[in-house]
Design a protein around this ligand. Sequence first.
Ligand code: GLC
Length: 387
Amino acid sequence: MLQTLQTPGDTRWFVHDRFGMFIHWGLYALPARHEWVKQREEIPDEVYDRYFKRFDPDLYDPNLWAAAAAGAGMKYFVVTTKHHEGFCLWDSRLTDYKATNTPYGRDVLRPMVDAFRARNLRVGFYHSLIDWHHPHFVIDDVHPLRNHPDRAKLNEQRDQRKYAEYLRGQVRELLTEFGRIDVLWCDFSYRSRPGFVGKGRDDWQSETLYQMIRELQPHIILNDRLDLDEGWDIKTPEQFQPRAWVTFNGQPVVWEACQTFSGSWGYHRDESSWKSIDQLVQMLIDTVSKGGNLLLNVGPTGRGEFDERALDRLSGMGEWMKRHSRSIYGCTQAPPEFKAPADCRLTYNPTTHRMYVHVFAWPYIHLHLDGFAGRVESVSYTHLTLP
Ligand code: GLC
């Protein structure tokens, strides 16, 4: 097995489990046209507020979500406690902008954590560094108010240090009030450069935030978006499949591809680019064949459901996993002497010494297994019919 860069968090379970569910849920599920809708359409707070006033997911049942994730073979989940819009799913003491103050009137995060734990899934929190609602978050070139005629004047009232303190306070709540958290996914940094005003480690006070995170949950797996050179545990390629095992300064690292069913993370009713079950299964295999994990996203609706397209993909993947999960769990990239035949991927379990040849397109008569001669004790053939 490739030796990956040593990092502080506990990644042992992670590289075994391989497959997790990302959940993007917030007020943006109501307009249902991408989680960046407030930014893209430059919607001011007064107007965006209509979604806060109508957030009432009457069909929300986190047991159904957890069942769908477990059924697909997922072993952990990562949910947006707060996305860039600033809306909080839990009953934070530090803001009024939270689920408990909507018509729904309840914390939606805690029952979700309980439901997923009850099915033995590990718990991860995505927490947005960006906040387009907080009064002290300085308006930059990505903010919904970036083109506001009084931007400079508005910024005079804002103190980014106060925001950084709020951010820390909220992360402290999340890491102290929900028991053991396995993954923390902070999103994201976009440093200033000539002609562009962004935000990075100084704006988040990343060093101080980092110290606190490790103090509260030393084992936690932290992603790589705090704009820190070290301290992170995983690299997180987004919306694309790396061509090989992900490296940092030339050394292989623990990594996780995050992917959507369609293109948007938040619920997007009209997107037509949904991936097929075949594509998704192949994406999972491809990831593991390069030593990575797959975090596959669902954007639940404003009423609190996974829509039928998501459920269809999840159950299709579950059908495949039922028979083939042993080629995913505990598996990784094959040793280099084994070459994947054309249109195939190899996954390998170093404990059982089993090699899995995943045939994406069946060849004409022969499958040439380069590097296998003399190394094979027995072969079993599983028909890879996709549902
Ligand atoms: C991004 C986007 C975002 C999404 C995330 C997932 O950076 O800002 O909407 O939550 O990636 O990786």
